[in-house]
Write a protein that binds this ligand. Sequence first.
Ligand code: SAM
Length: 341
Amino acid sequence: MNSVASSALSPETDSADSPSSSSSNPSRYGYSSSTGHFAGLMHGDSATMLKSLPDDVFNVAVTSPPYFWVRDYGYDGQLGHEESVETYIDALMEVFDEVKRTLHPEGVFFLNIGDTYYSGNGQPHGSDPKCSSRNFLRRKVRPVDVGGWDIPKKSMIGVPWKVAFAMQERGWTLRSSIIWNRCNSFVEPTARDRPYRQYEFVFMFAKSRFYSFDRSKLVEEDVWNIPIERNRRANHNAAFPSELVRRCIEVGSPPNGHVLDPFVGSGTTVLTSLLNHRNVVGIDMSGDYIDYVQGVVEAEGFESAAWNAVTDGLKRPSALWDDWAGNRNNFRKPGTKKKQE
Ligand SMILES: C[S@@+](CC[C@H](N)C(=O)[O-])C[C@H]1O[C@@H](n2cnc3c(N)ncnc32)[C@H](O)[C@@H]1O
């Protein structure tokens, strides 16, 4: 794994945040552009790194966390390798509590999350010739391969809805369970007696009942037909498509608004935000991915900036916030006329 410290930029390091192993050098990288936009990248455990970001600033968060025992990102401390679904959800909630704190009171959070099967037969899952990061786990007996669970073997666990219910219990308002129809999804070589999984959920949560949302930017209702992008950035094979991110940020933030992705991976959310004139903060525990995303940000013409440029920028809402059609103060019930001033 490349070390982020080898980057040409000078990172701010904070040894107090230091988790173990390959991510022992958590760092923060600020960037700004001549257009006044900014980006922040944080290398480290997201539950920890988020704690240093200000309250109530992001218009929209969009992310896809590691799913429960589906992949191996090759370092200690990664989320997704907990002993039980309950401890996996607890770990996610630690991150999402921080997402809630940093989200603007009228902000929205789009969470893409997939399921896992309980095999319970004491055997590794079997190989997947198409995906090396899955193969590692398929040679190993994972907690979902060990018997003794209270559901029948071969069951889908229902992880996405368990996560959604845990979010509700913590005060999130669940507003939509969007189906992401991955219209060009792969066949599943081990799924001989069930349909292949073609869709995943994108849950839309709000921090409060009254939030901002630009309905005019919705291009489909709650079934989004978006193909998987086959070009693997940074060799990451769990990237979501930029079109999915684009939809979330367009409905959830004004131009020049602020976007967060706490599991940024190959940087789809970062690049899509910058290309759509939003400011963005991305976090990942993999030094390789953060290295890669730094290159992406620089290729967009952004230059190294002090971390304060990011935190100060986050505290200033977009100048277009008041006029933005999605600002809830500008909402009108369908069929009603705008009040005369
Ligand atoms: C599903 S991938 C995200 C992919 C991303 N949406 C993209 O388009 O490339 C999940 C990411 O979470 C990161 N990750 C795992 N555990 C983490 C943790 N505790 N803190 C921060 N990042 C973590 C992994 O390195 C991986 O890049």
